[in-house]
Design a protein around this ligand. Structure first.
Ligand code: PLP
Length: 393
């Protein structure tokens, strides 16, 4: 029997065996609490600090600027709520309309305390246009948050420009780089960004561990209270094995990033050109090249209403893809707020398929996927019309 094809790396990635090997001792014999003064504790502390240096290196940052958290979600929460907790009071926050719920729901929470929220629009390709940011900034804007890469459409944002505009008036700039980290270079020596969220499980590390980069001098208040670990910003005994896995995953991603990005772009382009035959009515959603290397978001003209059926047919035939972000499993069948923000009508906003490749994806899998996809789309309701669509749209 042919093995399954996993093309849902934006939802999560399989643990790299090298990461697992690095974590192994910390799930067994090396079990100390990093806060303990004895040898067991010191060994655990050393491992956490080595991982901190590895995660910092991925961002060309200083180890002291990395705060480990329990997830990417928690890193986003800490960045946004923490910025308001540091100063207290109300104010104004600007975020893009296509942020992950970890950011949008933090804003909704802040609204209850009198914080005003402005959602930045995006264009048809899912990009925030810098002049729109200029228009909405106010003297009392406390923080701007725009993700580095979108989790559904894969589009990359003009981070440098957006951060420069924000910093010019002394406002904090946060980016959710959960999807981007380890896939595209993020250099804190060059990017004028104050806060960056990361998550280990998106880069072949373990689930349940994230980090927030906090630029030296930036003041945040905690959202978790207790023993004062992680410079008082994230109390709790550290998830040592998870953190060690995160560090190793970050080091591997950093070392392999350039070669891996061009390999993934090659596979992505092979898939795109194969689509012309396998599903000629398919169209690409998002920017044609300002996108994550292994990320495709596809619509199937005339069959948008059948996207869930297509996903399930592919699953039955041995292929795992997504209809949006994993979080949208709770909202199956509803139009995606991300595609809606990009100007898609409700029918098309309901009908995308996210195909995301990863470190262990092979050419053979891409070819087999195309064959399976061709069969799956032809088993659905016939395509009514697909005039006016092009693969490169
Ligand atoms: N931000 C983005 C852009 C994501 O894609 C995700 C996960 O899908 C998160 C945040 C949340 O990360 P975690 O799963 O570690 O909580």
């Amino acid at each position: 029997m042919a093995s399954r094809i996993y093309f849902d790396h934006s939802a999560t990635t399989p643990l790299d065996p090298r990461v697992r090997a690095a974590m192994d001792p910390f799930l067994g014999t090396t079990f100390g609490n990093p806060s303990s003064l004895h040898r067991e504790g010191r060994e655990a502390r050393e491992a956490v600090e080595q991982a901190r240096a590895q995660v910092a290196a991925l961002l060309s940052a200083e180890p002291a600027e990395i705060i480990f958290t329990g997830s990417g979600t928690e890193a986003d929460n800490l960045a946004l709520l923490g910025a308001f907790r540091a100063e207290g009071g109300s104010g104004h926050i600007v975020v893009s309309a296509i942020e992950h719920p970890a950011v949008l729901e933090s804003c909704r929470f802040l609204q209850q305390f009198g914080v005003e929220v402005t959602l930045l629009p995006v264009n048809r390709e899912g990009i925030v246009e810098p002049e729109n940011l200029l228009r909405v900034l106010r003297p009392q804007t406390r923080i701007v948050s725009v993700m580095a890469a979108n989790n559904v459409v894969g589009t990359l944002q003009p981070l440098t420009e957006l951060a420069r505009i924000t910093k010019r008036q002394g406002t904090l700039f946060h980016t959710d780089a959960v999807q981007a980290a380890g896939k595209i270079p993020l250099d804190m020596k060059r990017l004028p960004v104050d806060l960056v969220s990361l998550s280990a499980h998106k880069l072949h590390g373990p689930k349940g561990v994230g980090a927030l980069y906090v630029r030296q001098g930036v003041r945040l208040g905690p959202i978790v209270f207790g023993g004062g670990q992680e410079r008082g910003l994230r109390s709790a005994t550290e998830n040592v094995a998870g953190i060690v896995g995160f560090g190793t995953a970050a080091a591997l991603a950093q070392g392999e990033m350039a070669a891996e990005a061009s390999r993934l772009v090659g596979l992505r382009d092979r898939l795109l050109s194969g689509l012309r035959q396998a599903a000629p009515h398919a169209y690409l959603i998002g920017h044609p090249f300002k996108r994550l290397p292994g990320h495709l978001c596809l619509g199937f003209a005339g069959q948008e209403g059948e996207a869930i059926k297509l996903l399930l047919a592919l699953d039955q035939a041995g292929v795992a893809v997504s209809s949006g972000s994993a979080c949208s499993a709770h909202h199956a069948g509803e139009p995606s707020y991300i595609l809606t923000a990009m100007g898609f009508d409700p029918i098309r906003a309901r009908g995308s398929l996210r195909v995301t490749l990863g470190r262990f994806t092979t050419e053979g899998e891409v070819d087999r996927f195309l064959e399976i996809l061709a069969r799956a789309v032809s088993s659905l309701r016939p395509v009514a019309s697909y005039a006016g669509f092009a693969l490169s749209a």
